[in-house]
Design a protein. Sequence first.
Length: 251
Amino acid sequence: MGLHIRSLRSLMKGALRIVYPPQCMGCGETVGQTGALCPACWRETDFIAGAACACCGTPLPGDGSFAEDVIHCDECLATPRPWLRGRAAMTYRGAGRKLVLMLKHGDRLDIAGALGDWLADAATPLIMPRMVVAPVPLHLRRLFHRRYNQAELLAGRVARQHGLDLMPGLLQRHRHTPPQDHRGAVERFANLQGSIRVRPALVPLIAGRPVLLVDDVMASGATLGTCAQALLDAGSGPVRVAVLARAVKDP
């Protein structure tokens, strides 16, 4: 009976692929499988595969053949981070930027799984025993308008792929802040001052446990830094960060 049901499901999926062939996540062109990119969009997606900053994931010159925890970008050297290590799946430009915006503002929840898998792969070196996965939170006002938190969708995929505990409500934005877009680094940090805290009821659950913070994009690092400091102040173990895309300066 079980074999028969599985065979029926397989036939139904095959029929759906004929009627509705898989489309490129970026442009809608027909591709071989769901959650894939066409060759053109793949070339325009800048995945971070070589040397990268151990703290924020910014791509750096080199092939990554040396110890991955010893190199830091100029930005991280100039601005100490409250977290220990970080990774990013791709840079925030080209088709990568387009995909992030489609997920964040375009209601494209259908691509969250594939993007989350990319992030889960990038985050593999950060995983620690007993680690908790926590998304960067949205304020309730913004969540009401957007209806979902894209960081939470990504965090759920990362937690599932690595068998970790997901705590979607661990962090709270208890003060609404204006958007960070078009603000300088100093303004971004000031804008977030005192706006994020650990939910009091969950503080005992993270005592001494490492935490993986997940977000869609890192620009200045102000949001992630505020979240990481809130976790540390609440008694968590070491904090690491994983973002889908890292904003970088054009070469």
